[in-house]
Design a protein. Structure first.
Length: 680
């Protein structure tokens, strides 16, 4: 990574946005100096820092060792005992939070349900007893395949309560993907729903479970909650989903929970700090999904602390994260982080477009949401629809906004800031991964000024380093590999059942480089250096700019260009709604740029516009970054979590007929359209 480059954009990249004086005065962390002081302490004395922070959670038994680092494996809080469900529920019951709303649920059609901490506790204890009756014990794996209904949160907390390991599979996945994930973790029980309802449509979840279980010998029982009023297959009527119940294997949630002998008392199991909490498969953007294993105490502490500071959570706030609990964002910031802090978390079953593109804003107004956390893909899609939708509702309750999942282009950031936050709300652009368990790089909103498009500075205890191919540190603004040089408590512990792949994927890249030079960032730690797979650069203020996945970084005649930056340049043109760029081989330059561009509504696809876009990129970044091809695409291939799948776009641009695995795509038909219109 040799060449330096900076965006020469119409949006000055050093323009900073700070929270208001009032926001900072009320924040947990109030100033940059306070952040710097605490950050400095957290990296100079990490064990001391985490020991101090450990007071945030309840321990049945105190730990006697903070960290054991047997590179690359780490263990935290050894000797300690705690329980995640106890921390999320029981400890609030003796406080004023007992009758506070824990979960407010908004259904697809606007129906609503609220669980106070006390009510949620009762349901969780009961369901934990149901699991025990079905022979689920500590360490057993339970697969949860459900839509966004409260029973999903109840099921995961019930697993945590008795020490069962949950593996949640996003409800949009097919029978095939579900089967592979169940078999990989050898789940003994599946919790599902007759069917899901999303955007007014029925999703046949139980049918998918039935199909996958034909090839899942480990599963002994299935518990089915009712959502879509599905009828059993023997007396089906048109218009309803069908739900076949297999005798001896399948049980209705209601029948089990309403059983007169079912106790609502269930003690939380005292878990060792390093007992597994859950397995979660990554989105599969880059290949075969990996079963990421997270454990108990470190994960709990880290999600609790990041939730408190990054979302600057206060007792009276209503917090809404629009992710699905099937992704890590939902695990950490719909359920565990918020509940451990005693927060009110909003759980939303629907989509941003149903019944119309104002749905998010209508829900914000309805519940007076204070903190709103969503994905750049949703922001870009809603921006494309125009501001008449955002102006329909009162958004004055909002005080903080957040994003996660992909780099956010400065253009989309500004749209969010102006139209949703009304120039009042700080935005936290949170960089993290399934593997990291919680947010690693993000503004702390009362303390760190934001620059649109930058995830800014590391969270306490996190030590990111940008490295060049040879293992030396990249210079200011020089792109490179984003790595983390010291463990943090919610770091993944392994890939379930495959520690070799864990080492290979995340720790091999720099493991064999010399670490003898005292000035090297690898000194003493290269075998434990976590390789994130993302590219990044650090600017003169120490702010991190994510460039996209390292495999996507484009190398033109020795110049390294981040896909994220070229895409941002394209999106900054008035006609462009969305863009994705990929490299393709070029005889002279090594690689050239192939850009897929989705235009805004009503814009014509002309050659003139293509030329204009190419010139625009040259002016915004540099002539080196000029796309060789502009491919107007009505839709881009995205994962079910809304991320653009560049692996597929790359295969199409390279002229391949076989584009590889498309099972994690939200809409596989997009691929055929692109193959027909590609330019070779
Ligand atoms: P797979 O690892 O299976 O390919 P995935 O990486 O998409 O899937 P996740 O763990 O859900 O699975 O996503 C993490 C990735 O998302 C990060 O590595 C990064 O590329 C991207 N990402 C998340 N948040 C941000 C952000 N704020 N800015 C830039 N990129 C982000
Ligand atoms: Mg990943």
């Amino acid at each position: 990574m040799s060449e330096q480059h900076t965006i020469n954009s119409s949006l000055d990249e050093n323009r900073k946005f700070s929270a208001s004086k009032e926001f900072s005065a009320n924040a947990h962390i109030k100033s940059i100096s306070e952040y710097k002081q605490l950050y400095g302490h957290s990296v100079k004395n990490p064990e001391q820092f985490w020991k101090e922070q450990s007071q945030l959670i309840h321990w049945f038994k105190p730990f006697n060792k903070v960290l054991e680092w047997n590179k690359p494996f780490c263990m935290w809080f050894l000797g300690g005992k705690t329980n995640v469900a106890y921390n999320c529920l029981d400890r609030h019951l003796s406080t004023a939070r007992k009758n506070k709303a824990a979960i407010i649920w908004e259904g697809d059609n606007g129906e609503t349900k609220t669980y106070t901490y006390q009510q949620l506790h009762r349901e969780v204890c009961k369901f934990a007893n149901v699991l025990k009756q079905k022979n689920i014990a500590k360490g057993d794996r339970v697969c949860i395949y459900m839509p966004m209904v409260p029973e999903l949160a109840i099921a995961m907390l019930a697993c945590a309560r008795i020490g069962a390991v949950h593996s949640i599979v996003f409800g949009g996945f097919s029978a095939h993907s579900l089967r592979d994930r169940i078999n990989d973790c050898q789940a003994k029980l599946v919790v599902t729903t007759d069917a899901g309802i999303r955007g007014g449509k029925i999703v046949p979840l139980k049918e998918n479970v039935d199909k996958s279980l034909e090839e899942c010998p480990s599963v002994q029982s299935v518990i089915v909650s009712r959502r879509a009023n599905a009828v059993s297959s023997s007396n089906s009527s048109s218009g309803s989903a069908i739900c076949h119940m297999k005798d001896g294997r399948d049980f209705w949630w209601d029948d089990e929970m309403n059983h007169e002998n079912l106790s609502s008392v269930c003690d939380a199991v005292e878990m060792e700090s390093e007992d597994p909490l859950f397995i979660l498969y990554t989105s599969g953007t880059t290949g075969k999904p990996k079963g990421i294993l997270h454990t108990t105490a470190g994960y709990l502490l880290y999600t609790t602390l990041t939730f408190k500071h990054i979302f600057d959570y206060h007792e009276e706030d209503t917090f809404w994260c629009t992710a699905d609990i099937g992704w890590v964002t939902g695990h950490s910031y719909i359920v565990y982080g918020p509940l451990s802090n005693g927060a009110t978390t909003l759980m939303f079953e629907g989509t941003p477009f149903y019944p119309d593109p104002a749905r998010f804003w209508q829900v914000v107004e309805k519940y007076k949401v204070n903190i709103f956390y969503t994905a750049p893909t949703a922001i870009r899609a809603l921006a494309k629809e125009g501001i008449e939708w955002t102006n329909k509702y009162d958004l004055s309750s909002l005080r903080l906004l957040g994003t996660v999942g992909e780099p956010i282009n400065p253009e989309a950031w500004m749209w969010y800031y102006d139209n949703i936050g009304k120039k009042r709300c700080p935005i936290v652009d949170t960089w993290w991964q399934t593997e990291t368990g919680g947010i690693l790089i993000s503004p702390i909103p009362g303390a760190i000024a934001q620059k649109p498009g930058s995830a800014t500075l590391p969270f306490f205890g996190v030590q990111p380093v940008v490295l060049k191919e040879d293992g030396t540190e990249a210079a200011v603004n020089e792109g490179g590999y984003l790595t983390i040089k010291y463990p943090w408590p919610s770091m993944m512990r392994t890939i379930y059942g495959d520690p070799e792949r864990f080492k290979q994927t995340y720790f091999s890249k720099f493991a064999n480089l010399s670490e003898t030079l005292p000035a090297s960032p690898l000194a003493g730690i290269s075998a434990g250096l976590y390789f994130t797979g993302d590219g990044a650069r650090k600017d003169e203020d120490g702010y991190f700019w994510l460039m996209g996945r390292i495999d996507d970084v484009i190398n033109i005649a020795g110049h390294r260009l981040g896909t994220a930056e070229i895409e941002s340049a394209l999106v900054s043109h008035k006609s462009v709604a969305e863009a994705a760029v990929v490299p393709r081989p070029h005889e002279v330059k090594g690689q050239s740029i192939y850009a897929y561009v989705t235009l805004k509504q009503g814009v014509d696809k002309t050659h003139l516009l293509k030329d204009e876009l190419i010139k625009h990129v040259a002016a915004e970044i540099s002539p080196i970054a000029k796309p060789e091809v502009i491919h107007f695409a009505d839709n881009l291939p995205k994962t079910r979590s809304g991320k653009i799948m560049r692996r597929i776009l790359k295969a199409i641009a390279e002229g391949k007929e076989d584009v590889g695995d498309t099972t994690t795509l939200a809409d596989p038909s997009v691929v055929a359209q692109l193959l027909q219109t590609r330019e070779i």
